[in-house]
Design a protein around this ligand. Structure first.
Ligand code: ARG
Length: 463
């Protein structure tokens, strides 16, 4: 091989290696956290007499200039700097000269990246919590309007028992409340600063980790420097929290797809959130909830991916952990847009009360009520009551009626045990009475539903 082609091969390899090794193309997302962390670090170094006041001021001013350059689009992101941490430091040194070279005293990129990434995760945890609060408020608003709207409650996607639609909305409010609490608890658990851990073992410099931790809004510095440069549990926690939250987003989306189908027509998506078909002019498609459902896949992938990256790593820092970021950025963006859109979809959906209520007259939703009546009022063993009720269901079917529509005579004729049954039974078969009879704590009766709404309103006021 000629010298010239050898040279080209070497350069090509170098470029491929840079591309392979670098993270700047994605970790530039962390520029604001990196600059915030560096300012706090420089202030702490100054307090400790490691930097002079002039040096610290030059560094802080320079870092703010770098931030401006990044935000105005002037900043050149080059693979040569490998990552955002090196890129910021080298531009700083270009701007301020010698003091820039002192910034990295008592710090390694290992604790720097752990700090920046943790700051990002903590900030996003707070903003996702805020979005969840808005979404829960929306569910409560819809629930409040529909505490007496009947909807068939299902198990196995088969009609089971009548509910009110407000109660159904509250089931989702509860799921998203637990999501909120999961983000809240992971925030608390992870609110410790890795900064000053240096490469892995701490530093011989006389630093004050409590000071930099406080400046960055952490509760305290992490208690073991080796753990805090290698741990990525905090990233896994946000990935898990997002995955569970998106699973809930996906379940309500699935219901919206079903409810907006021609067969159900329980809700109509506002035109803004429905799409048309390029070929079938009559169509209104639920692309938005379908996509919300579909996006759940990628956030699960991001969780499994990082769990796998972490599982075999010896302590402490390993380059493998550079793979922790893209998935988290992607999951955060996905959940942010999904919660925003779901909130709008729920806010603007048109609830078709008539369709929901007339669907309750299909499938003998009050059959269990009849059996319960026979147990409570006739002292019948439940299994006997169950078989008698089956006869009433068969009678209703033969008359092409729902059990709730049978007359007293028809009920009495369905089984010899019922021939003298009191008129009270018709009340038990009434759909609305049935819903309201489930008045046990947390049940679907309007009274219980209103209580649940009140409890949510109190909770929302407090958080
Ligand atoms: N770009 C790396 C990361 O994201 C930076 C950390 C330290 N690199 C190193 N070789 N010690 O993880």
């Amino acid at each position: 091989m000629s010298n010239k082609s050898n040279q080209i091969l070497k350069n090509t390899n170098a470029q491929i290696l840079d591309e392979f090794n670098a993270s700047i193309m994605f970790d530039k997302e962390l520029y604001a956290q990196d600059i915030k962390g560096s300012i706090a670090h420089s202030q702490m170094l100054c307090e400790q007499g490691i930097l002079t006041k002039e040096e610290q001021e030059a560094i802080e001013k320079g870092l703010l200039q770098v931030k401006d350059e990044i935000e105005s689009g002037e900043f050149k992101f080059s693979l040569a700097f490998e990552d955002i941490h090196m890129a910021v430091e080298s531009r700083l040194t270009e701007i301020v000269g010698e003091p820039g070279k002192k910034l990295h005293t008592a710090r390694s990129r290992n604790d720097q990246v752990a700090t920046d990434f943790r700051l990002y995760v903590q900030e996003k945890t707070l903003s996702i919590k805020k979005q969840l609060k808005e979404l829960i408020s929306t569910f409560i608003t819809v629930a409040n309007k529909h505490t007496t709207t009947l909807i068939p409650g299902m198990t196995h996607l088969q009609h089971a028992q009548p509910l009110n639609f407000g109660f159904h909305m509250l089931a989702y409010a509860n799921m998203f409340k637990r999501d909120f609490e999961r983000f809240e608890s992971s925030y608390k658990r992870n609110n410790f600063s890795p900064l000053g851990s240096a490469a892995l073992a701490g530093t011989p410099h006389n630093i004050n980790r409590f000071s930099s931790s406080e400046k960055l809004g952490f509760e305290a510095p992490s208690s073991n420097t080796m753990d805090s440069v290698s741990d990525r549990d905090f990233a896994l926690e946000i990935l898990f929290n997002i995955s569970t939250c998106m699973m809930h987003v996906s379940r309500i989306s699935e219901e919206l797809v079903t409810w907006s189908s021609y067969e159900f027509q329980f809700v109509k998506m506002s035109d803004e959130y429905a799409t048309t078909s390029s070929i079938m002019p009559q169509k209104k498609n639920p692309d938005v909830p379908e996509l919300l459902r579909g996006k759940t896949g990628r956030v699960y992938g991001n969780l499994i991916s990082l769990l796998t990256v972490m599982k075999g790593l010896p302590l402490a820092y390993n380059k493998d952990t550079q793979e922790d970021k893209e998935g988290v950025f992607d999951s955060v963006k996905t959940v942010e847009i999904s919660l925003k859109i779901l909130n709008e979809v729920i806010k603007t959906m048109i609830v078709n009360v008539d369709k929901m209520e007339s669907a309750c007259k299909i499938g003998h939703l009050t059959a269990t009520d009849l059996a319960d009546f026979l147990v409570q009022k006739q002292n019948m063993p439940f299994r006997t009551a169950y078989y008698i009720t089956k006869d009433v269901v068969a009678c209703a079917n033969s008359l092409n009626k729902d059990i709730s529509e049978l007359t007293l005579d028809e009920i009495r004729g369905a089984n010899s045990e019922l021939k003298d049954i009191s008129e009270e039974i018709t009340m038990y078969l009434d759909l609305r009475n049935s819903m309201n009879s489930r008045n046990s704590f947390g049940g679907t009766s309007t009274i219980q539903t209103v209580e649940q709404i009140k409890a949510f309103e109190n909770w929302l006021e407090k958080i």
